[in-house]
Structures are given as C-alpha cells and as structure tokens.
Design a binder for this molecule. Structure first.
Ligand code: FAD
Length: 415
C-alpha cells in the first residue's frame, strides 16, 4: 500500500467470476489485497442467466464501494437511463390494478444505477482485472494445507494455493457442501420463460409509452404472469468502453425489454424434462399460445422477441440461509443463498456480500483481525441480510402468482 503500512500479504482465491466474485475481486484489488479469480466459462459471455438486472440502492452502494473510480464511471455510463416511473400492474387486458409502492431514494438522481445489462455488467466488473481472472478453469475440490491455507484443484489438472478460498460459484455451487453448508436450493414450483425483446423503432411506435418507461407486471386470470422490464442504455456499451481508460472492447447491445413469463408447474402442465429442454422457438410458441387472448399491445411486444435468446428456468431458493463452520473457506452470493428472481435482489445481495467480505479480508491483511473473527462477523451480517432478501423474494413470488397453488411450506420455512 502506498502509505507503507504493514500488510500480511494475504492471498485470496475466488471460485466463480460472476457478479459477486468479480465485485469482490475489484474491492480487494482496490484495497491492495492479492486476489485471483477462477471461472469455468471459457469467456465473458457465459450461460443464460437473464438479461437485465435490477440494482437496489443497497446494491448500488456496494458496487460503488468496491469499484475503483474509472470502473464505476463505466458502470454509470452503461446503466439503465429510463426507470424513473416505478412499477405498474395490469390484468391481461391492460386494466390497471393495485401495485406495490417502490420507495427508491435515488429517484431523480441523474447518475443512479437502478438496472444494468448482465453481460455488460460482467464486462464492467472485469475492467482492469485482466491479470487476476483466469477463464476456462473449472474448480473440482480443495484440500487443507498443514498449518493454514488450502490448495484448490481444477478439472484441467492444475492447482493453486490460497490463504482464503471464496466460494462464489453460484446457485449450483460445488464448493457449498465442501464449506459445510448442508441446505441446497429448493424448487419453488415456479417455471419461467425468460426472453429478450429488442426495442426497435417500430416497436416503440406500436406500443403505449406506459409500457416502455417502467417495470410492467401483467397478472393473468389463468395463473400466468408476464413481467416486462425496459433496459435503455445511457450510453451504448461499445461506445462507453471505447472512451474508458480501463475497458477492453465490450459486446455491444441495443435497448431491449427483458420479458419474464411465469406460472406454477401445475399451470404449465408440461413435465420438467420436456420444458427445460425446449428450444427458444418452442418456448416462444408456448408463450404465444398462452397469451393468445391477451391485449393486442402485449401481443405486439411479444411478437418482437429475439427468439433464439429465449430460455427456461425452474425457480429455486435456499431456505434457510445457513451459517457454516467459520474458517478459510468462505461462501458468497448464490452459493450461500439462492433466491427467486422475483424480488430482483439476488445479485444485489451478492455484491453486498462482496463489499462486506472486502472489509473483513482487508482487516485481516492489515493484521488488525484474525480470519475467524473477521469472517465470523461477515457471516453474521450475511446470514441476516440474505435471510431477509430470500423472504422478500418469496413474498413477491407469492403475491404475483397469487392465483395459483404456491408451495407454502417453503415460505413458512423462511420466516
Ligand atoms: C433469469 C434471472 C434473472 C435475475 N434477475 C435478477 C435481478 O434483476 N436482480 C438481482 O439482484 N438478481 C437477479 N437474479 C439473481 C442473480 O443473477 C444472482 O443472484 C447473482 O448472479 C448471484 O451472483 P453470484 O456471483 O453469487 O453467482 P453467479 O453470478 O451465478 O456467478 C457464479 C459464477 O461461478 C461460475 N462457476 C460455477 N461453478 C464453477 C466451478 N466449478 N468452477 C469455476 N467457476 C464456476 C459460474 O460460471 C458463474 O460465472 C436473476 C437470476 C436469474 C437466473
């Protein structure tokens, strides 16, 4: 560190270069802590995980805390520019209904970050980390070293040593059980078709403005629900990257809606093996069939879908969020607490974990605290905030799918 303070030279290895793992890497690097990230995806654009991410005020604070100024500038430049009007709810004929108030203290702030494009966020979070992130590295297991620290092993036969190993490997984490967490994400019975709908000029002309400038929920009378979330870039990703001193070329993207079409599996009436294996074309056909009698403006929006970009999800949640034996192996994000996308807080909780863990590991690196003590405090805060986030996501899922049979036992278990 520039002020010459004594540092322990802590070596942190992060498994998973998703939202939480990369945010942690940015925070640690900014604080002068050595960090390496190992990601199984071969490149930036990985699996289907949705397109637009809602960012809460707490999530924005955590991102701003972890990111160095030039990376933060990129985040702001590529964020959503048009989400100042909250949420609106309708029935399938676009008759307005009651919708929850969204109290966002950032309303009117010109540089707020209230939604981002997921692939662009990954590019942003990678900016300046070239030498710290290794793609194409699938973690398999770890062993404890005599004394302290661990050795992490990868499918390609390589290995690396760490003082602290962070499990940021997402909802299907292989590290979770190796950390001592026994609960696994449970199926909520909700099945969802995610889609991307380019916001072309013809579409903008064809549909009412009220569908374009806010988060729209359409709650059908037959147990189907559609969410339409506009993503309107403040600056196109490629242009923002070209102006940045820290970014490589970003994948470019145009404005779009993310669409989320959900129903309970009993309403879907298609076995999981078939539904989860459906092509984008087949899924989109399913959405068209189920919305055949819906308002023409909604049908028009759906007709503009980018069909190959459509994919299915079975929604899951980790209930309860469990403490783990505190030590040198530390979970973060979905690896510890998967939650349904309905609350729009999974990524926000992951970046809050990242900011808290950055603070904890910085104190360890400075010699101010021992690992067990610092990580223990991180765990207490994380379990409390993630438990609240999972419960909120479950309540939103239940509210929006209220016309159908919801697996109540999962909700009760989270209280
Ligand atoms: C369709 C959808 C929409 C969503 N919308 C929102 C939203 O609007 N707002 C919100 O806050 N949250 C949202 N979420 C939730 C959010 O995406 C997650 O909570 C968030 O990504 C969790 O971050 P993470 O870093 O824990 O995991 P991830 O972002 O999933 O990252 C995990 C990383 O680990 C890697 N990995 C996995 N296994 C290994 C291995 N063995 N070795 C090496 N690397 C590995 C993966 O490839 C991945 O890159 C949504 C989720 C989905 C599925």
């Amino acid at each position: 560190m520039s002020n010459g303070e004594h540092r322990r030279g802590l070596r942190v290895v992060v498994i998973g270069g998703g939202v939480g793992g990369l945010c942690l890497a940015q925070g640690l690097r900014k604080s002068g802590v050595h960090v390496e990230v190992y990601e199984r995806d071969p490149a930036v654009r990985g699996r289907n995980q949705g397109y637009r991410l809602h960012i809460s005020p707490e999530g924005e604070d955590a991102l701003r805390e972890c990111l160095p100024a030039p990376v933060c500038d990129l985040l702001v430049a590529t964020a959503n520019s048009r989400y100042g009007y909250g949420m609106a709810c309708y029935d399938e004929q676009l008759t307005p209904g009651w919708s929850p108030e969204i109290d966002d203290p950032r309303a009117g702030s010109p540089d707020k970050v209230d939604a981002v494009d997921r692939v662009t966020l990954r590019h942003v979070l990678l900016a300046g980390l070239d030498d710290a992130v290794r793609f194409g590295k699938r973690f398999t297991h770890f062993t404890r070293r005599p004394g302290h620290g661990v050795t992490a092993y990868f499918a390609d036969g390589s290995a690396t040593e760490a003082d602290v190993l962070v499990a940021a490997d997402g909802a299907n984490s292989v590290l979770r059980s190796q950390c001592g967490i026994t609960s696994t994400p449970r199926d909520l019975g909700v099945r969802t078709v995610f889609g991307r709908i380019p916001m072309t000029q013809s579409l903008r002309r064809a549909v009412p403005k009220v569908l374009q400038d806010r988060f729209t929920w359409v709650i059908g009378s037959d147990g189907h629900k559609l969410g339409l979330m506009p993503m309107v870039f403040r600056t196109r990703p490629a242009a923002a990257a070209a102006r940045s001193p820290v970014a490589h070329a970003f994948d470019d993207a145009d404005d779009y809606f993310m669409s989320v079409f959900s129903m309970h599996r009993t309403v879907l009436g298609i076995p999981d093996e078939e539904f989860l294996g459906m092509s984008g074309a087949r899924l989109w056909q399913l959405v068209q069939e189920r919305t055949a009698s819906w308002h023409p403006a909604l049908r028009t929006v759906l007709r503009h879908a980018d069909v190959p970009e459509t994919f299915p999800v079975a929604v899951r949640a980790t209930v309860p969020v469990e403490p783990w034996p505190v030590g040198e192996v530390v979970p973060l994000g979905d690896a510890a607490h998967a939650m349904p996308p309905s609350g729009g807080v999974g990524a926000n909780t992951a970046v809050r974990d990242a900011a808290a863990l950055t603070r904890a590991l910085l104190a360890v690196d400075r010699g101010e605290r021992e690992i067990a003590d610092a990580v223990g405090e991180y765990q207490t805060g994380m379990v409390a905030s993630a438990t609240a986030a999972v419960a909120m996501s479950l309540r939103v899922a239940k509210w929006s799918l209220r016309t159908i049979d919801f697996d109540e036992s999962v909700l009760t278990a989270s209280q």
